[in-house]
Write a new protein. Sequence first.
Length: 468
Amino acid sequence: MHVARIRSGYTDKAGRRHDYESAYLRRTYRDGGTVRHETLANLSGLPEQTVGLIEAALKGAALVPAGQAMTITRSLPHGHVAAVHAMAARLGLPALLGPAGPQRDLALALVISRVVAPGSKLSTLAWWSDTTLGADLGVAQASDDDVYAAMDWLGARQDAIEAQLARRHLAPEANPARMALFDLSSSWLEGTHCPLAARGWSRDGKKAKLQIEYGLLTDPEGRPVAVRVLPGNTGDPAAFTQIVTVVRDKFKLARMVMAGDRGMITSARIGALKDLDEDYAWITALRAPAIKKLMAGDGPLQLSLFDEQDLAEIISPDFPGERLVACRNPVLAAERARKREDLLAATERLLRPLIDRVAAGRLRGADAIGLAVGKVIGKHKMARHLQVTITEDSLAVERNQDQIQAEAALDGIYVIRTPVPQAELGAAGIVTAYKNPKYVETGKPQCCHSRGSSASLVPSCSLFMLAA
């Protein structure tokens, strides 16, 4: 038996040609010296796939279910690493890293791994064999020494890479506003051989750990351009001064306007900037005591300024030649009020058992009572808002409403100071420039390169607005 396919057609009255194919199941046999065909069934009404299966079976083909046609011996995840690899190629990252070769492949694999599955270098090495990334880049058999050698190779190319990134993101053609962002952060270390490791202010609460500081320079969208690593005991103002020198000398920027938080751009830093170059300016914020002084009496900063708007530009003889932009954030004001109330209530709960002990006579003596109070009253940093009265046999705690109200008057208010002229930057632009460092968060490195290190990033941001 076999399947016979017969093509035929006809022309209709309108002269249009119609072609069709018929399929028949036939038996062929010999009758004496004549070959005859017997039609057993008309298969034309069946789906073409079914006709094909019947035809293949009659020709002797062994047909099996699709699930039994092959055996999967190993299957590796592919889509996620392929997507990141393709985007890296689209961005020109491989060529940016350096010439083609094993070390570049390792460096590229590290970057892709950091995006897809951040982890330690040891876990990353094992992970490469569990995806197609290891085979695609030829790094599946790499050792930890190979990885560190590739990182050393990449470190030697830092200046060349940063120069290319600066041309791509900070050059006038790509960045007409000549603006860039800088963020300073830290990483704590488990190892003991990092020459930059030192004990300093820990942003991630690891006070007992050595750490390093590092700053990341990006374009306004948060795309990384340059990174600098500093000793772990480097303070924000000192790091700020160092990065100003680096940016000025490396990228040859004649004029700069630097904006940053009040902890980084201090009065001392402002003085240093003036000495460094008269064309350097800044955008920063006033500390609470200075704001209180502006609000005192008939000072230039009054709450009535915010009746109809959330920012106002003022002047003060205390800041000659500078513009002051006062801002009020209602959401922040409400959040600070809520947090203050919660912390006050928590402090009062800690003190209540001591009050009960004194009242019951189980705790006596002004010195002993004062020592017990001192151990708990500062836990939530609310002591300034509480009036504590201690005698030999009594303890009374009341809220200092005048102090609380004085602080509440500042809730949500911040004042930005800058010498940048109105013609160059309006009040709203100053506020935007002060807030823009949030964009650098997306570009921060997620680990440092020291052996045995672990990172947790809490930002202390500053912004560089680079003038032409």
